[in-house]
Design a protein around this ligand. Sequence first.
Ligand SMILES: [Zn+2]
Length: 197
Amino acid sequence: MAQFHILSRDYRDSRFAHLENRVPGTAVPPAVCLKCGEDLAPSPIGEDAVYSIDGSKPGDLLSDGISIAVSTRFAEAYRQSELTGLEIRESPLRLSDSTARFFLAIPKATCAKLDESASGVVVHQVRGCSFCRIISIDKIDRAVIDVNSWSGEDIFCCGNLFSEIIASQRFVDFIARNRFSNFKFVRAEELCFDYRA
Ligand SMILES: [Zn+2]
């Protein structure tokens, strides 16, 4: 059975640097559902956005909690790998306080879906159609991806787990094999929250 992981963007306890967005930049329209036209993911940030990084040492992943950026070493290794799903921008991230080279990386917005009943999902609001199932969630007990709805991307977003970044076991193994720093994953079956409390 395919194993999935959620890429954590909570780096409060990380010893590596985090990003801060200084100038918002022009949002790029996200991919939409081909059936209903609803946004499949939050809008990716534009090339003109400006960030700063705090004083600590940057790892191979930088995040402000929303966007992610990757090091040159990661970008080169990813491009040589057979992994799919990540768009790595060609031009470096604009950093106001550093000459370090990082690249914004945008996971593919897909129509893969959670098995909502196996995941124990309580729906807050439905925005999409039955094809994309774009929803907001009040509660989830675990993330169970319906593998029949997944096109095999190694890193991706999906409509009914809106704004989370999902990674395949292959992606997690690639991070470990290359010893890329500051990536933190939560096993999909361990993702849980309840906003109703
Ligand atoms: Zn739709």
